[in-house]
Design a protein around this ligand. Structure first.
Ligand code: N7H
Length: 413
């Protein structure tokens, strides 16, 4: 965005295409367009400095500036990110979500036309992402299963162990789990009903992952079982807590049952290791005895999708293609939600019972990682874990409510 006027014009063109949250179930809707603004983007749109100062520090600094803290170093360091990701040139993040086919193409074109239009705004990056019909991500697992239920959102409750979270965990201007209003930039019209997004482009080393589990397989531990222990679910989506011994594709396909579990009766992690990806990123009731309710302050709404061509089944040599996952994590508190999960649970295992171990699937293990699989009579520790997921870029965005978007576009109206 090169000047304030052009940027505001662009927002005015976009606003009519953006769905209200009240309208998400409209049967006629072909898809959704949403807008998130980076901190440099808000500044380029002429949002007053006093209002900018009201945004929380992680957002003001931006993800790239916090990469060290977030463990994005080495191959994942911002110097190696795909341009222009992570730079202050990125001002507006437009997301178009719709089923594949003509409606998607139509909506995308509409968004690009409204986004660029005549004026001083230029599209500098585009990332196509998709959900395969199998709902599997690149490592071969069903994704998009577990998400927190939110009070008042009306979505079905899949996890009976977690009562719906207060709206203020995800939307500014509403009470959160602490009974407080999340810190919000002023004036009220700017902050209210807004939210934050952590966007990440994550490259997945699929061939390396397949080779790793194949090379460590034994009579007892098939590659599929080792991979499931690392994730916490079988590839079908069936959770280890409910299907500890073998995959159960019927369970994995059942939205009513596949998320209905806790870890309360599996303290030792004999079914699902404490260090597995899903148990560490949402320990559910695992430490309810010690820190009642704490987990509720670290929940993230995820809307991730894959990108790039899937590596064909059975291939274990890298073909050089860029494939991975576009991670979208939404919440009203960047620091105690996305940043906490990333730093304390994914990169640091102490508080979740995996001391000295990073996430086996997405942690920056760099060839030196270990992962403990508790089992009887003796636990197994996998070693020399490489890095399977590399950050290719990331940004924090502010998702303004519709009234806020109109205000940013036309502050004097
Ligand atoms: Fe993860 N994967 O596909 O293997 N994730 N994730 N994630 N993740 C989950 O429950 C994956 C990433 C969470 O409530 C599943 O929907 C991959 C980041 C959380 O039980 C699978 C990447 C962060 C949950 C994957 C990746 C998280 C979760 C199980 C990167 C946060 C819910 C399916 C390439 C910082 C846990 C499901 C719960 C689940 C995968 C990234 C967090 C299969 C490949 C960066 C909170």
């Amino acid at each position: 965005m090169r000047d304030v006027r052009g940027g505001r014009e662009m927002l005015r063109r976009l606003v009519p295409h953006i769905a209200s949250a009240a309208d998400t179930d409209a049967p006629s809707r072909e898809g959704w367009l949403s807008v998130a603004l980076t901190f440099p983007g808000l500044r380029a749109l002429g949002v007053p400095e006093a209002a900018l100062a009201g945004f929380p520090e992680p957002f003001r600094e931006g993800m790239a500036a916090r990469a060290d803290l977030l463990g994005m170093t080495g191959d994942s360091a911002p110097e190696r990110w795909e341009a222009p990701l992570g730079t202050s040139d990125v001002h507006v993040m437009l997301t178009v979500i719709s089923p594949p086919g003509p409606p998607h193409a139509r909506l995308l074109e509409q968004a690009v036309r409204a986004g660029e239009g005549p004026g001083a705004v230029e599209m500098i990056h585009r990332q196509d992402a998709f959900m395969l019909p199998t709902e599997r991500e690149q490592f071969g697992f069903r994704d998009g299963i577990a998400n927190p239920a939110v009070e008042g959102a009306g979505a079905p409750i899949r996890d009976p162990y977690e009562t719906p979270l207060k709206a203020g965990e995800f939307v500014l201007g509403h009470p959160d789990e602490n009974g407080l209003l999340p810190p919000m930039p002023g004036p009220d019209i700017l902050g209210r009903n807004g939210s934050y997004v952590a966007f990440l482009k994550l490259h997945q080393r699929v061939a390396e992952f397949r080779r790793y589990v194949r090379d460590r397989a034994t009579d007892r531990d098939s590659p599929e079982r080792l991979a499931a222990k690392m994730v916490g679910r079988w590839s079908s989506g069936a959770p280890l807590e409910l299907a500890p011994d073998a995959d159960d594709p019927v369970l994995g396909a059942d939205p009513e049952r596949r998320d209905a579990f806790g870890y309360g009766t599996d303290h030792r992690g004999l079914r699902c290791p404490a260090g597995s990806h899903i148990r560490r990123s949402n320990p559910r009731d695992a430490f309810a005895d010690e820190l009642i309710g704490t987990n509720r302050l670290h929940r993230i709404l995820r809307r991730s999708t894959g990108y790039g061509p899937p590596l064909p089944q059975g291939v274990i040599e890298d073909d050089g293609a860029d494939r991975g996952l576009v991670f979208i994590g939404i919440g009203a508190h960047l620091s105690r939600q996305f940043e906490f999960v990333q730093t304390q649970w994914i990169n640091e295992g102490t508080t979740i019972g995996a001391t000295g171990q990073k996430d086996p699937l997405i942690g920056a293990n760099g060839g030196a990682g270990t992962f403990t699989v508790p089992q009887r009579p003796i636990r197994r520790t996998l070693s020399a874990l490489p890095t399977f997921v590399v950050t290719r870029g990331g940004h924090y965005g502010f998702i303004p409510g519709l009234r806020a978007l109109r205000w940013i576009a036309d502050p004097d109206s």
